[in-house]
Design a binder for this molecule. Structure first.
Ligand code: NDP
Ligand code: PYC
Length: 353
């Protein structure tokens, strides 16, 4: 089977039908449908429809709660807790956002802890709206099941692929910040996300030589062998430190599982881990004169990089800011996007009675 084109609306319908059939509650259906559709829209194949069968399987097996309604509480003047109560993470994150924004505005800096949640999603979605809609600087940290070795020296998976995402508001060319695309990056602490290695194994594609070791501890470019061995952190020992930092931030504050504690979990379904989101209000925290001064400094850097990008392009070199590929892909997806036909059929079948 090859690749076929579908619209964002068709993607939403496929998700909704599958999640409805699996018995998920309406609030969570809306949240996960939008999350998966946004991933496909932005060209994040590893966390789009590819994840839908795993969400449904987790519900069918009773691993994740279908009825869970997240509970949001204030833990401290600058701390919000969103308890997913054994449901998926996305509804809990969205439920926690309003109080996080309120507290960041009131105190300057606030954190949102998400616990008792099953995670399967791309992380930028947890921070981008905080910058784009609320003008906050936001960072998110999430651990996952043990896939990654302590490197150099380690052999067995100890850490999750542990993504971290950052979003910062920007101004548009006319000086206003409303509607401006924020600066965002979202990356695993591993050389590759697990999802991308799994997709490479399914497609029969090799992976980069620094992404994994096989079960005997030897570097491998064979994605199937990598899945049986251990992934490697990005940038050697520096990625190891970042993976450790994410474990500590995501799991220690929430009391949820470290990756090594979830080692035996089935990775075709979401695993239960903690997440921490930090939000900073530039209006309250900028030493240089509030939000406006902060945004001017942001533009001073990012516009310099954009000018450098144009100069690089003129010389035939490729350079870009993180998130630019996603924003460009997002605009094109209004006309639809391509998807593997076999995956499409599998996802459609999930919603059929
Ligand atoms: P990538 O390596 O694909 O991208 C990481 C970041 O680098 C992105 O912000 C990307 O921007 C940017 N980038 C990529 N290439 C360039 C370039 N040439 N120049 C400038 N910037 C660039 O991400 P990962 O593979 O690490 O992660 C993929 C997804 O998997 C993420 O969304 C992550 O949240 C998710 N994930 C989820 C996990 C979970 O437990 N739920 C675990 C691990 C990962 P752009 O998007 O514009 O290309
Ligand atoms: O792609 O690394 C990954 C991943 C782990 C859990 C969900 N996605």
């Amino acid at each position: 089977m090859g690749r076929v084109r579908i619209t964002l609306s068709e993607c939403r319908t496929i998700c909704r039908k599958a999640l409805q059939k699996a018995g998920l509650n309406e609030g969570a259906i809306v949240a996960i449908t939008e999350n998966i559709t946004a991933a496909e829209r932005d060209g994040c194949r590893s966390h789009g429809l590819f994840r839908l069968p795993g969400y449904c399987l987790a519900l069918q097996r009773g691993k994740a709660s279908a009825d869970a309604v997240p509970q949001v509480t204030s833990v401290a003047p600058s701390c919000v807790l969103a308890d997913a109560r054994g449901g998926f993470s996305t509804p809990a994150t969205l439920a926690g956002h309003p109080l996080l924004v309120e507290k960041a505005r009131a105190t300057g800096v606030a954190v949102l802890l998400i616990r008792n949640a099953f995670h399967f999603a791309a992380l930028w979605q947890d921070v981008e709206p905080l910058a784009a809609k609320h003008g906050l600087v936001a960072m998110a940290f999430l651990n996952s099941k043990a896939f990654v070795a302590h490197w150099p020296g380690g052999r067995r998976p100890l850490y999750g692929t542990n993504p971290m995402a950052f979003a910062c508001p920007r101004k548009t060319a006319d000086g206003s910040s409303a509607g401006a695309e924020p600066f965002v990056f979202d990356q695993a602490c591993a050389t590759m996300a697990r999802g991308d290695i799994t997709l490479a194994a399914m497609d029969g594609r090799p992976i980069p030589a620094d992404a994994a070791i096989d079960a005997n501890g030897q570097p491998t470019i064979d994605a199937a062998l990598a899945l049986k061995g251990a992934q490697l952190p990005m940038a050697g020992h520096k990625g190891t430190s970042l993976a450790l930092m994410v474990e500590l931030l995501a799991a220690s504050f929430t009391g949820d599982a470290f990756a090594f504690e979830a080692a035996g979990e089935d990775s075709s379904t979401p695993t239960q881990h903690g997440e921490l989101i930090l939000a900073i209000d530039p209006e309250r925290c900028s030493a240089g004169g509030g939000r406006e001064a902060f945004l001017n400094r942001v533009e001073a850097l990012l516009q310099m990089v954009e000018a450098e990008t144009q100069a690089a392009e003129a010389s035939g070199r490729s350079m870009r800011l993180p998130s630019q590929r996603r924003f460009t892909t997002r605009k094109k997806a209004e006309e639809g996007f391509e998807i593997d036909e076999a995956l499409l059929r599998k996802c459609q079948a999930l919603g059929e009675s």
